[in-house]
Design a protein around this ligand. Sequence first.
Ligand code: SF4
Length: 225
Amino acid sequence: MLISETFVSLQGEGIIAGTPSFFIRTSGCNLRCRWCDTPYTSWAPEGRRRGVEALVEEAREAGLRHVVLTGGEPLLQREVGRLTRALRSAGFHLTVETAGTIAPDFVCDLLSVSPKTANSDPEGPWRERHRATRSDLGPMRELLRRFPEHQLKFVMREATDLAQVREVLDLLDLPELPRVLLMPEGRTSEEVARRAPMVAALCVEEGFRYTPRLHLDLFGGGRGV
Ligand code: SF4
């Protein structure tokens, strides 16, 4: 598997934010979000090949109960099924973080999907491919049905992004409203803080949950947090 980095930190986002976790970050992505906070896994992917057994062993050595498989897009990795099964067999609580544009065979305890909306569209040659990939909600629908324990995290830049959130939820057409969280966009805690009141107000109005980005507040962002 192409791995960008492994590290121990606190889960920064979502319903189990604050949980000490061992992170495995894969490299490579089928999207090119304009505000991607890990461009070293998407726009200019870098990393080294690691085997499933070595990753599970490293997770064991970290001595924590929670493991987060993130990217990049971890579901692109050919061995994602084998890695996720091995991690769960080893007794870890496994969160898989994905944009939800593909639905291979894998397992997890918490599926964390971050649907991408128009605010992620880049300029330039990737624009149409990115839009087409993010707009195909078939794989996401399948993932949400397959994993009842899930959360949907939307990245918010402007209050007007709410229309896109509603559109995605309508198009998903699920029997039950998924657990929806709104998250301010930003690569620094200052940028996040600037958008936080707007996002918090939308959460109150719409009944969605607000998610902080603790890793920015606590560690300032960057690699390895
Ligand atoms: S899906 Fe995630 S890793 Fe891929 S470009 Fe978007 S933010 Fe970056």
